[in-house]
Design a protein around this ligand. Structure first.
Ligand code: PEP
Length: 264
């Protein structure tokens, strides 16, 4: 059984980009595209993840968008609440600023900043307890894929959630499958390979939660306007987490269109 009735999400991960003036221009162009040819929230949900510094500004600039564009935090603190934790932004502070979504476990956090299972699951727990929706990133390295361990690695990352997510909280989770070798490299997993992993993720989720068939599983890794249509057609790919191409309004819009228009 596939998750084809799920409303897709297309989320732009801006990472440590762009400068203020470019950000303003990016938002203006995206709003313009959506004003000219709207995408309804029933067809595809659209979101962007600016830096923590820019979240509120971007949120403000998106207020008059013809189509709702949600804001997503790229990360959050492993510490909950408020207090003496210099440099940190907690789940509660995000919620207090009307940021309802957060990326957790992106491979750049795992690889560059040492976010291990303990840290990631603490972050997930905090986010869910503050009523945020989590976009939980999973994915294997090239070495793990070449040694035939990709499925085991990814399913273990999914299973890591089970220790901290309560039965109802699974409804607050989306998965983003991002093979590390495809991120920012221009190499995309073929639609067949991506679908095969998404199907396994869905089967794993279905064993863990009654919501497994309803959860959005996004694909990420060099998604562009010209490969989005084929990825969108896959039954278990319910959207995209987009890095590089999200910094260009037209490309990002076209990716959202691909998911909005696909018939499954
Ligand atoms: C990402 O960082 O989440 C990502 C998928 O990046 P890119 O689209 O540039 O590969």
């Amino acid at each position: 059984m596939s998750g084809s009735a799920i409303i897709p999400w297309v989320v732009g991960n801006w990472k440590m980009n762009p400068m203020q003036s470019d950000s303003q221009q990016l938002i203006q162009s995206l709003k313009q595209q959506l004003h000219t040819a709207p995408i309804s929230a029933q067809q595809c949900r659209i979101a962007v993840a600016p830096t923590a510094l820019a979240l509120l500004n971007v949120q403000q600039q998106l207020k008059d968008s013809a189509v709702e564009i949600s804001t997503v935090a790229q990360d959050l603190s492993r510490v909950a609440g408020t207090g003496a934790y210099t440099g940190e932004v907690s789940a509660e502070l995000l919620k207090d600023s009307a940021v309802d979504y957060v990326l957790i476990g992106h491979s750049e956090r795992r690889e560059i900043f040492g976010d291990d299972v303990k840290i990631i699951t603490e972050k997930v727990k905090n986010a869910l307890n503050a009523n945020l929706t989590v976009i939980y990133c999973v994915g294997e390295s090239l070495a793990q894929r070449e040694s035939g361990d990709a499925e085991q690695v990814v399913l273990q990352q999914i299973c890591d959630l089970a220790n901290v997510v309560s039965a109802d909280q699974w409804q607050q989770i989306m998965i983003a499958y991002e093979p590390i070798w495809a991120i920012g490299t221009g190499k995309t997993a073929s639609p067949e390979d991506a679908q095969a992993m998404h199907e396994k993720i869905r089967a794993g989720l279905t064993q863990l939660t009654q919501y497994g068939q309803k959860m959005a599983i996004l694909y990420g890794g060099s998604v562009k306007a010209d490969n989005a249509v084929a990825l969108a057609a896959c039954p278990d790919i319910n959207g995209a987490l987009v890095g590089g191409a999200a910094l260009n309004a037209e490309s990002f819009y076209q990716i959202a269109q691909a998911f909005a228009q696909v018939e499954k």
